[in-house]
Design a protein around this ligand. Sequence first.
Ligand code: MOS
Length: 700
Amino acid sequence: MMGMAKYASEFPVENLVYAQGVNSTIAKGRITSIDTSEAKKQKGVLEVITHENALKLKAFDKKMPSSTLTTIAPVLQSTEVLHYGQFVACVVAETFEQAQHACRLVKVTYEEDKPEIHLDKHRRKAYKPDEAADFSRGNMDAGMRDADVKVEETYTTPIEHQHPMELHAAIVSWKNDKVKMYANQQILREATIAVADTFMIPRENVQIIAPYIGGGFGSKLRVNKHIILGAMASKMLGRPVKITVTRQQMFTNTGMRQFDEQVMKIGAKKDGALTALAHHTTSHCAMDVQYYEACGNVSKMLYNTPNNAISHRLIPLNLPCPDSMRAPGEATGSFALECAMDEMAWKLKMDPIDFRIKNDTQTDLGAGKPFSSRLLTECLRIGADKFGWENRPKEPGAKKEGNWLIGYGVSAASRNAPYKKTSSKVILELRNSILYATIRMDATDLGTGSYTIVAQTASEYLGIPVAQVTVELGDSTFPVTPGSGGSWGAASYCNAAKVACENAIISLKNKKNIPEGQQIEVAELLKQNRLTRFEAEGTAEPSEEFKKHSVFSFGANFAEVWVDQDTGVYRIKRMVNVGSAGKIVNPKTAYGQIIGGLTMGAGMVIAEQSKIEPNFGNFITRSLADYHVPVNLDMANVEVIFLPEEDKIANDMGIKGIGELGITSVAASIANAIFNATGKRMRDLPITPEKLVEAKKEQA
Ligand code: MOS
């Protein structure tokens, strides 16, 4: 707020040197030689690390490892190149500019193979990544035979990159086998494990500090290889090392959303009752590590269908390993599902809202558990009212303004609302008879407002103004939290802060034999105990009730789109988002989360895609000048509504996640609006004007 937040690369550390990674210029093959002599001659250059002199790191087991929060990140361990842009060397110099310059002088010679970069050419290699990749209930074939109306379509979404404004960076100090780093990791405890395991040192020897993170969107979940390069350089040189990943490198070295091809099959009776729903996804992956976003999960739980089948397959290619990007699975999966649902409603001649409500369910049929709360129908109805759904053109082309065709679209949103074991410490202090509190935990704030909501929670449960609460986050030596990811942060952090405050109060009361129910100010409690300082810890975790339920946030998206009937240029005129996400701790930060999600959802449709050069496998979108994201004018008219809700099964405070709900199904609402305007079904994102002009209208 005051420009005082300090980010990973901004910490003043003495005696600092700068490391910079060198990227491969082939996608597949072997390094035959590396000539570092020219680079080493340059002023200020201290070292060039290659596979020849790199420290030995832990290697992957034979079995293909999965990319998780604790997966090791070995780098510079062999001559093998598996994707374009892979780190093949690391230059360390006295200044950033010297390191950058010398990187260009490292001469790498390769024996080059033809890279495998086209999904279509390697379908034979598709494999099932794990047991959870497939799911089925009932009998899908029988369900389709039973259907009066069928939709069978394929939807494709491109590779996207997360691109938080803050570049990936780390300042690492390796001293006596203790590693301390400032690094923008979303989840600190797991990141310390990944670093320690990679270097085969004790886990308690690694400390990560990240008080502020300038966005992550999933790209800062796992430990990426630049972190390991920085740590290796620091150990080898005996000096603190700063390493930054350039915007260009963020296309090849810090994760991405994978390419997904989703085949949807839906069967329904004439009255709109679903008889069958299948969702089969094929995605690309890396050669050495596997990762898949579970696009089909949304089709397991969102609608009431007796027959259901889900699968996920991966095709390994010579591309960097994909990773989580905001609502991994749901953002893309709900595009396919909610477009296919719209197609079915159109075929049934049913209103798409009525069709969804007809198939609503209070039970998660995939998990076989009741939802803790599900206000999807309410989100759809209230949204329809706010949006003016009754003015929707009944068929494409029916509503026009000059050359603009006007369409309305709707989609249903759902996102798992996880809640995880979380610890926190509270320190109470009396100064001049005024109570001050400090809350400490290893949580992170990605710009999402973690500090704010934790301070609010302590204020509420200690009965003091927010101004008397200090929140300290972002240090892996603080009490352990699940960190920021997967939309579990708010619920987990707040409940842990609450328990710590309650524990402090109970302990202070117990010491004086004050009954737990008795109202007494916390400052007074300290006085009665003759204390000016008191500390307590607390741990919150999911209840038995939580485990017996399926806990999700729900929402509905509405979009009005104007399409120029000649050029295919289109504008999102307005959007309405209604969410039911439990207790909204802070409307301002929650609003920011949803707006951000809506913007990324709109980005999926109007612009975002990372393109690969078809012969050599390099990304040809390499900056924010060619990787386009929405701008303010695209999002000029957005309304966000939260339904009042406190889900006490979700957790004591009734909070559910919203960080990922906001992006979910937004793309479908826009694509459905485009159909409503033009009669064209656009099943391949992004929807560019060229594609729209060329597309044929659906047969009525
Ligand atoms: Mo999220 S994609 O778990 O940061």
